[in-house]
Ligand binder design. Structure first.
Ligand code: HEC
Ligand code: HEC
Ligand code: HEC
Ligand code: HEC
Ligand code: HEC
Ligand code: HEC
Ligand code: HEC
Ligand code: HEC
Length: 431
């Protein structure tokens, strides 16, 4: 492997010195870049010097080309995408391509709320686009971004091993996941770090557990053996196909999928969005595909626990998902009733006269002068509290599963019932 990499570097430098037509400057070692950038951006140069790359003669030019050599032409510098890394790290690249991270940009872009939000938060790479930079962008996606004036964020490989240190050790630290797997709708960092698993890991880190003691971190369970392919059984949405056999659960799932706009609320037939959900791998499409991921996970738990114990733990998580879907469907039905009765007017952009969860907080369909409060409670119940209930359970965090998850869902349902009652009572009356 190492020999292969060295060979490809040799190949690259041969290429560089053999083809003068590409406009190579006299100095192809990159010394000129370093000399000037030691003044322009010394921190970057120091990071690069600290990296394995500097020892292997992978210099600035290997990634940025050498067309830019002066302050005024810095736009000529190549901003390398994942394919540049793939030239020397084919295995990791190929695994990444098959993984869930590779769909981060596409799934963000597929949300109806995305085009309504400020560009700075999307293409600018802060807000949604900061975390969803994960994923190889198509040519069309890159052009669209450039057209809006955004030149950076071309690489997902620099998210866990950040530039220019590009360190493996950094990426093996669970804090490398924290920057994105935190907060409103996916607080895996908070859940894990305050669970028994996280406590053990962090206590061990400062030397307060015997050297040989075990503790799993994000990478143990989600990137076993260094793989860059990351999938889970339920995924973010906590849905799979075919529908569950339990008739009530099936009915509740159908209600949720209607509110996601994946099923037509009137006919119950799939909409075009279902194709997108399938294409972006948001749900496992067969029982077997789901089971395969579950079995892999139980095998990982089995490194430290009995498999029976682990299986039971995860099955309880599945039951909690079913129970939270019951609460969720009841809440959706109440709000849907208000649409049906004309008490809430269908926002223009909504596909149906039915609540829609994919406009996030913009429950007026983008119209900020007309957001619906009860829909916002519903959205929070779905995206914040339902997520916490099952994610907290799977990450062995009692407080997230109960107070921040299940209990908060029950509270939301109460608020929705009461708000609907008030809305009916005051509908048509003077404000
Ligand atoms: C004579 C000084 C000089 C030399 C030589 C030089 N750079 Fe730069 N480079 C700059 C300056 C100045 C900037 C812009 C800094 C700013 O915007 O504040 C820059 C910007 C960049 C950028 C960022 C481009 C962007 O779009 O933001 C990259 C990447 C870069 N240089 C890489 C290189 C590489 C690789 C080499 C060698 C092939 C090199 N530089 C040689 C001065 C230099
Ligand atoms: C292993 C590949 C790699 C090497 C080697 C490398 N860079 Fe970069 N560099 C990147 C990536 C990836 C980005 C981010 C691109 C983007 O945002 O689209 C970047 C961004 C930059 C930027 C613009 C962003 C910023 O923070 O200012 C500058 C300037 C830069 N590099 C300078 C250098 C210099 C100088 C060297 C040599 C000391 C170097 N790079 C070596 C991969 C590399
Ligand atoms: C020209 C070849 C080349 C390119 C291009 C390249 N690398 Fe590397 N990379 C290497 C070599 C060689 C090593 C050292 C391998 C070793 O020690 O096993 C390395 C090591 C690494 C490591 C492991 C560092 C450690 O701490 O052990 C990471 C992570 C890495 N590269 C990421 C990247 C990323 C991300 C990119 C693209 C932005 C990239 N590389 C581009 C050749 C390259
Ligand atoms: C703090 C980082 C962060 C921000 C900000 C963020 N996301 Fe996410 N998003 C994630 C992570 C991490 C996941 C995966 C969580 C999981 O599986 O539990 C995710 C999941 C998703 C999914 C589901 C993907 C799937 O395949 O199931 C969509 C769609 C999505 N986000 C869209 C958005 C949109 C739109 C925004 C802005 C309005 C946004 N995200 C803001 C990090 C972020
Ligand atoms: C002990 C193993 C383990 C550790 C450690 C762990 N997870 Fe998980 N993770 C799971 C299990 C189990 C699931 C649910 C799998 C399923 O769907 O059956 C899961 C699911 C996920 C999901 C999908 C949505 C969800 O939460 O259900 C994401 C994203 C995730 N984990 C990220 C992380 C991050 C980030 C960390 C570290 C902060 C982490 N995990 C630590 C076992 C683990
Ligand atoms: C989600 C975080 C994450 C992303 C994104 C990521 N990596 Fe990694 N990478 C890791 C982790 C964790 C390891 C350590 C794996 C191990 O040894 O267990 C690693 C290790 C590596 C190594 C060192 C392999 C070795 O054993 O010497 C290379 C090279 C590498 N990654 C390249 C890449 C490239 C190229 C990309 C983009 C296609 C990428 N990584 C994206 C987390 C990530
Ligand atoms: C730059 C932000 C970012 C970082 C850093 C990051 N992730 Fe993610 N992760 C995401 C996004 C965004 C998604 C959802 C991708 C999509 O939209 O399909 C995701 C999805 C996942 C999933 C898939 C859940 C599912 O739906 O099956 C797992 C597991 C995961 N990440 C684990 C990790 C681990 C472990 C690390 C650290 C080694 C990590 N991530 C680092 C942004 C990030
Ligand atoms: C690298 C070892 C390791 C792996 C892998 C691992 N665990 Fe653990 N787990 C521990 C340790 C150590 C503890 C704390 C001591 C104890 O309670 O056994 C723990 C505690 C727990 C607890 C809390 C027990 C209690 O009494 O509060 C549960 C539940 C649990 N693990 C489930 C799982 C599941 C499910 C998986 C797989 C998704 C898993 N673990 C993977 C090591 C691991």
């Amino acid at each position: 492997m190492k020999r292969f990499r060295r060979a490809s570097i040799l190949f690259l430098s041969l290429l560089v010195s053999a083809i003068p037509v590409t406009g190579i400057a006299a100095d192809s070692s990159g010394d000129a870049c370093i000399k000037c950038h030691e003044k322009v951006s010394p921190g970057q140069v120091a990071d690069w010097r600290a990296s394995k790359h500097s020892g292997e003669e992978v210099g600035c030019i290997a990634c940025h080309g050498e067309k830019h050599m002066a302050a005024k032409d810095c736009k000529l510098a190549v901003l390398p995408d994942e394919k540049v890394c793939a030239e020397c790290h084919e295995d990791q690249f190929n695994q990444f391509v098959k993984g869930k991270h590779n769909l981060g940009w596409a799934s963000m872009m597929a949300m109806p709320v995305t085009p309504l939000e400020p560009d700075e938060l999307i293409e600018g790479g802060r807000g949604c686009g900061g975390c969803h930079n994960m994923g190889i962008k198509t040519k069309a996606q890159k052009e669209a971004q450039l057209k809006l004036g955004y030149r950076y964020q071309n690489n997902s490989c620099d998210e866990c091993h950040t530039r220019h240190a590009f360190s493996k050790k950094e990426a093996l630290n669970p804090r490398a996941c924290q920057q994105c797997h935190m907060g409103f709708d996916h607080p895996q960092w908070e859940m894990w770090s305050s669970s028994k698993h996280g406590t053990r890991t962090l206590v061990k880190e400062v030397g307060d557990l015997p050297e040989g003691a075990n503790a799993p971190k994000c990478q143990t369970c989600h990137m076993p053996d260094g793989t860059h392919n990351n999938h889970t059984a339920w995924g973010f949405l906590g849905v799979r196909l075919p529908f569950p056999e339990n008739p009530q659960w099936k009915q509740d799932r159908i209600t949720i999928l209607k509110a996601l706009g994946v099923l037509n609320p009137v006919t119950g037939k799939p909409t075009n969005l279902l194709e997108t959900v399938k294409k972006l791998d948001m749900v496992r499409l067969t029982q077997e595909a789901w089971q395969a991921e579950r079995d892999k996970m139980i095998k990982i738990c089995g490194q430290c626990h009995s498999k029976t114990y682990a299986r039971k733990q995860l099955e309880m998580g599945d039951h909690m998902l079913r129970k939270s879907d019951r609460l969720m469907a009841r809440a959706i039905d109440i709000v849907a009733g208000l649409y049906r009765e004309g008490i809430i007017q269908k926002p223009e952009r909504y596909p149906f006269n039915y609540p829609n969860l994919l406009f996030f907080m913009r429950t007026g369909g983008g119209n900020l002068n007309k957001v619906s409060h009860i829909d916002q409670i519903l959205l929070k119940m779905y995206l914040k509290h339902r997520m916490r209930t099952f994610q907290g359970f799977f990450h062995i965090n009692p407080d997230y599963a109960y107070w921040y998850g299940w209990a908060a869902m029950v509270e939301d349902l109460g608020k929705i019932e009461e708000t609907a009652r008030l809305m009916r009572a005051t509908h048509g009356k003077a404000k």
